[in-house]
Design a protein around this ligand. Structure first.
Ligand code: ADP
Ligand code: MG
Length: 246
């Protein structure tokens, strides 16, 4: 499998604190890779350096062999790095399908001046994406009335509208009930398999991580203390001590 993302020696300090300390890893095409670690371990800081929202103090990030370190967020996004945010970024006054259409319009660089026709643009493609995330039946509902779990699935459809090769998901299931959480990660795993998408995600719930991730990396105080397949991570004594409380 080809390497989509390659991170080498990534580091970032805030004041005296080394939030991310010499982090290196690869992500292959079609891989669902989890980044776990206690609160404050440096997970979001890692994500922010990969998306261009934070400049690293040192290290490199490469996408399909091309360095993207320090590029502007918009450039990196255009190169095919998608991201879902912890904060819901949907337009509450629009319908579900309109939100996905807006994302498709933006992806295809159509100008906003086309607004009077926007309700027709990319509607079929938007409906296909909603079908993919199991929300076709809610296409014409207003976003404002959606349940939280449905909003999360809509965010996934919006992220997919940009046809990312790599999708970064920082705590995609935050605030969801356990059943909903499992369902969302199952959906992500299905889409990864179906589209050979590469996904890096963070998640607090270990059952969800161990059920779906292909590989797991453990971050503690900015340093990667373990990485490998689920069985390997579960059995690692340092991981059990530092993170799993075992
Ligand atoms: P995680 O996502 O794993 O919970 P973060 O990456 O958010 O961890 O934070 C890692 C460390 O860096 C923490 O000690 C946090 O307080 C610190 N930190 C994160 N962002 C900033 C910032 N913008 N300014 C100062 N300190 C920060
Ligand atoms: Mg975080």
């Amino acid at each position: 499998m080809s390497t989509v993302l390659s991170v080498r020696g990534l580091s970032k300090s805030f004041g005296g604190i080394r939030a991310v300390d010499d982090v290196s890893f690869d992500l292959a095409q079609g891989e669902l890779l989890a980044l776990i670690g206690p609160n404050g371990a440096g997970k979001s800081t890692c994500f922010n350096m990969m998306t261009g929202h934070l400049k690293p103090d040192g290290g490199t990030v490469s996408l399909n062999g091309t360095p993207i370190t320090g590029l502007k967020p918009r450039r990196i996004w255009r190169l095919g790095v998608g991201r879902t945010f912890q904060i819901t970024a949907t337009y509450a006054s629009m319908t579900v399908v309109e939100n996905v259409q807006m994302a498709l319009i933006s992806h295809h660089r159509r100008v906003f001046a086309l607004r009077p026709y926007a309700h027709r643009l990319y509607r079929d493609e938007a409906l296909e994406l909603l079908d993919l995330v199991g929300m076709a039946a809610q296409a014409d509902r207003a976003c404002a009335v959606l349940a939280y779990g449905d909003l999360k699935r809509l965010e996934l459809a919006i992220a997919l509208a940009h046809a990312p090769g790599l999708l970064l998901m920082d705590e995609p299931t935050a605030g969801m009930a356990p059943g909903e959480r499992a369902a969302l990660m199952q959906l992500v795993a299905d889409i990864v398999a179906q589209r050979q998408l590469s996904v890096l995600f963070t998640e607090h719930d270990m059952d969800t991580v161990f059920a779906h991730a292909h590989r797991v990396m453990v971050l503690n105080r900015g340093r990667l203390i373990a990485k490998g397949p689920v069985a390997h991570i579960r059995a690692d004594p340092e991981v059990q001590q530092v993170y799993l409380g075992g």
